[in-house]
Design a protein around this ligand. Structure first.
Ligand SMILES: *Cc1c(COP(=O)(O)O)cnc(C)c1O
Length: 399
């Protein structure tokens, strides 16, 4: 059994993939060729945003927005410590400081109550109210933006986050690397009211290419212009690529990857439904196996009207005190792969040691990182395979 079965998907669209790739080989416009624009137009329409800009990865998408916002030393960006490292890395790379905000124990997304606490603590330089990174003194860090993540494909708490951002005059960058395809209050993630959103086309993401890729979404014309320039070494315009008006980067999406995405795009609406059917089946299988009574916490299916998770991962929380390494071993011996997303909060990563966070600063994150286990998840997972997964998990928890 595959953890994420990309071959099952490929089998359905092989001829379309070859057609798309061979037209790129025919026209030979490998950098920002017509497929990139075609994809950008389709994805912008899907999210309802005015602009979609293809870029070289999800990490680059985050970098491009934060660079365009001219963040730097002394600026604080509030984000979650329970995410892939790229989220906080993008903040640190600008010279700004990631300020971590703990998560909700069920959704594993940023806890909006703690967000308010963090802002108050920053204002007063009062680390007793909420753990702060160095320098924790009053006025040491000025909050500029919030960077929420749609963890595992679940919309973050945008009701609260957007209201808080508005109240404090902060920008919001949505990290939709795992969320693209999901919905919040009937709005597609990537287009749910933030100033900008970043997504990733890493092969195993819900919409993935066959290499690295990503995109930025925004309604802000000036921001889109600036990102279009930044992703091409700060060129003045399309016609004047040897006029460089700002230090930029090589941050473009390859035409071949756009072509692959266009072939996969045809399947995406159906895959959104399939992923949700797989998640619903997991929930009932786990219930039938009585695992909740034994302390296992399945990921909640969003209950809100118009909210939809895209299930980039199906991540359960194991019962307290279970031996996760042993559980994984037992499942593996039955041919069932499982993975840990994520084993460590970012506040505990050496990469962020300079922020001087300590053990216990984000207890909900620390609790989650000790218990989470991701089960195989992809649109083509069959019921029979899911039964195997759940029975392997049940056996592993019984021993
Ligand atoms: C995958 C991911 C990224 C980075 O995307 P890449 O395309 O791998 O650079 C950023 N944030 C989150 C939450 C991710 O899951």
């Amino acid at each position: 059994m595959e953890f994420i079965d990309l071959k099952a998907q490929q089998k359905r669209i092989r001829p379309q993939l070859w057609n798309r790739i061979s037209s790129v080989l025919e026209h030979g416009r490998y950098i920002l060729g017509p497929e990139v624009e075609e994809l950008e137009t389709k994805l912008a329409a899907f999210t309802g945003m005015r602009h979609c800009l293809g870029c070289s990865s999800g990490s680059t998408a985050l970098d491009l927005v934060l660079t365009a916002w001219e963040l730097g030393p002394g600026d604080a960006v509030l984000t979650t410590p329970f995410t892939f490292v790229a989220t906080a890395e993008s903040i640190a790379k600008t010279g700004a400081t990631p300020v971590f905000v703990d998560i909700d124990p069920l959704t594993l997304n940023m806890d909006a109550d703690r967000l308010e606490d963090a802002l108050a603590a920053l204002r007063d330089g009062d680390a007793s109210r909420h753990p702060l990174p160095l320098p924790a003194k009053k006025g040491g860090l000025i909050p500029r933006a919030i960077l929420p993540v749609d963890i595992f494909g679940r919309p973050a708490d945008y009701d609260r986050i957007l209201a808080t951002a508005k109240h404090h005059g902060l920008k919001v960058l949505e990290d939709a690397a795992q969320g693209f395809g999901g919905r919040w209050h009937d709005l597609p993630l990537g287009g749910c009211g933030c100033d900008a959103a970043a997504t990733s086309f890493f092969p195993t993401k819900p919409l993935g290419c066959y290499g690295d890729g990503g995109a930025v979404f925004t309604d802000d014309d000036a921001l889109a212009d600036r990102i279009d320039s930044l992703r091409y070494h700060g060129r003045a315009s399309k016609k004047e690529k040897y006029e460089n008006v700002r230090p930029g980067m090589n941050g473009r999406l390859d035409t071949i990857q756009a072509a692959i995405l266009l072939a996969k795009w045809e399947l995406f609406p159906e895959e959104i439904k399939l992923r949700n059917a797989v998640a619903a089946r997991y929930e009932s299988l786990l219930r039938e196996a009585g695992l909740q009574e034994r302390g296992l916490l399945p990921p909640p299916i969003p209950a809100g009207d118009g909210d939809l998770c895209i299930w980039a991962q199906y991540t359960v929380q194991l019962p307290q005190n279970s031996d996760r390494a042993a559980v994984i071993e037992t499942m593996k011996s039955r041919g069932v792969p499982a993975a840990v997303h994520y084993p460590k909060g970012l506040h505990k990563q050496k990469a962020f040691a300079a922020l001087a966070y300590g053990d216990g600063d984000f207890p909900v994150t620390e609790h989650a990182t000790a218990r989470v286990l991701s089960l195989p998840m992809h649109p083509y997972l069959e019921e029979e395979q899911q039964c195997e997964v759940v029975s392997a998990l049940a056996e592993a928890l019984a021993s």
